[in-house]
Write a protein that binds this ligand. Structure first.
Ligand code: UT7
Length: 331
């Protein structure tokens, strides 16, 4: 019988724009306070891309680091998957701009839209594509420039999000490591724009001057409902890969949950029975970078020595759609 090969992450990279926007900067823009933002979200600052910077620009920086750290040639890459809900343009895909930017001439390229769950959707696809035997090297990126889809006068959303990108080189290995279990799911019953989404700009509601005046081209969210759904769905998704791989939570070295709100992160960790020191947090410094949060956090955790070769890592996420996912990975 042929032994199924595994897909593993051989290099990561991330890129955050230089400009820092602190809570006190926001105090000067909307009716909010540093204290409210810290208490309700755990966020103290976030990064914001310059006006002339698009998502692919951040992705290219992150991808270059991942390529360097994986010690591969860009020409080795066979597929580029960019998870984003803030593409440079509807089409061509952001992935095609990245393909050009890194000179990955042998790669197919496409975007995938699964909101905050995008990176784990990308990892799941890469896992399947590699296990099928058709691909050996895939670049999976989560990248967002949220600042351009935010209503900067809406205090209930503008304090939450940030810009950034993270990239992973996913490659085939015969060693018993890499992605041990992966799960993605969705529920379109929650595909409600007012729950979380952008009403205008697509074929349902093209952008007109009225739409712009009503800010229907900007992100809408019912924070309280999204909060409750996240706290319920993420532990369920995480349990699923633990069960599938027959792994107990005590065996996990590091939990990297989607970084949307410190209270959600802590509730998810607590429900899973994970000690707080084994739950990675960087939402305080970057806010919610949507599809990019988990891969930025993984890249940081590796560089800081919080995630080491051989460690067992658990990723879990949820986002608009609703979408969700979890990954169990032996680094
Ligand atoms: O990646 C997934 C995307 N999104 C999320 O994961 C977000 C999930 N939700 C959340 O993180 C939280 O629900 C929020 C941080 C968005 C809000 O926290 P909350 O504890 O659920 O607050 P709330 O929405 O219930 O609002 C409480 C109060 C309201 O005032 P009243 O009605 O009680 O007088 C809001 O108007 O806080 C007010 N408020 C603010 N006050 C100061 C809302 N935003 C702000 C603000 N500064 N920025």
């Amino acid at each position: 019988m042929t032994q199924l090969r595994h897909a593993t992450i051989t290099g990561t990279g991330s890129y955050l724009p230089e400009q820092v926007v602190t809570n006190s900067d926001l105090e000067n823009m909307v009716d909010t306070t540093d204290e409210w933002i810290r208490q309700r979200t755990g966020i103290t600052e976030r990064r914001i891309a310059a006006d002339d910077v698009a998502t692919s620009d951040l992705c290219v920086h992150a991808a270059r680091w991942a390529i360097k750290n994986a010690n591969i040639d860009p020409l080795d890459i066979e597929m580029i998957l960019v998870a984003t809900v803030t593409p440079d343009t509807f089409f061509p895909s952001t992935a095609c701009y990245v393909q050009k930017g890194i000179g990955a001439k042998n790669a197919a390229a496409m975007d995938l839209s699964a909101a905050c769950a995008g990176f784990l959707y990308g990892l799941d696809l890469a896992d399947g594509m590699i296990k099928s035997g058709r691909y050996n090297t895939i670049l999976v990126i989560g990248g967002e420039v949220f600042n351009k889809i935010i209503d900067w006068n809406d205090r209930s959303t503008c304090v939450l999000f940030g810009d950034g990108a993270g990239a992973a080189i996913v490659q085939a290995t015969d060693e018993p490591k890499g992605i041990l279990a992966s799960y993605i799911g969705s529920d379109g019953d929650y595909a409600d724009i007012d729950l979380l989404g952008i009403p205008a700009g697509g074929s349902r509601m093209p952008v007109t001057s009225e739409v712009i005046a009503e800010k229907r081209d900007k992100l809408q969210m019912n924070g309280r409902e999204v909060f409750k759904l996240g706290v319920r769905l993420m532990p369920e998704a995480a349990q699923r890969v633990l069960r599938e791989a027959n792994v107990s939570i005590d065996e996990i070295d590091l939990l990297i949950p989607h970084q949307a709100n410190l209270r959600i992160i802590e509730a998810v960790g607590d429900r899973l029975g994970m000690p707080r020191e084994k739950v990675y947090v960087n939402v305080d410094r970057y806010g919610n970078t949507s599809a990019a949060t988990i891969i930025i956090a993984l890249d940081e955790a590796i560089r800081e020595g919080h995630a080491k070769p051989g460690d067992l890592l658990l990723f879990v996420t949820f986002g608009a759609g609703l979408t969700w996912g979890s990954t169990l990975l032996r680094l």
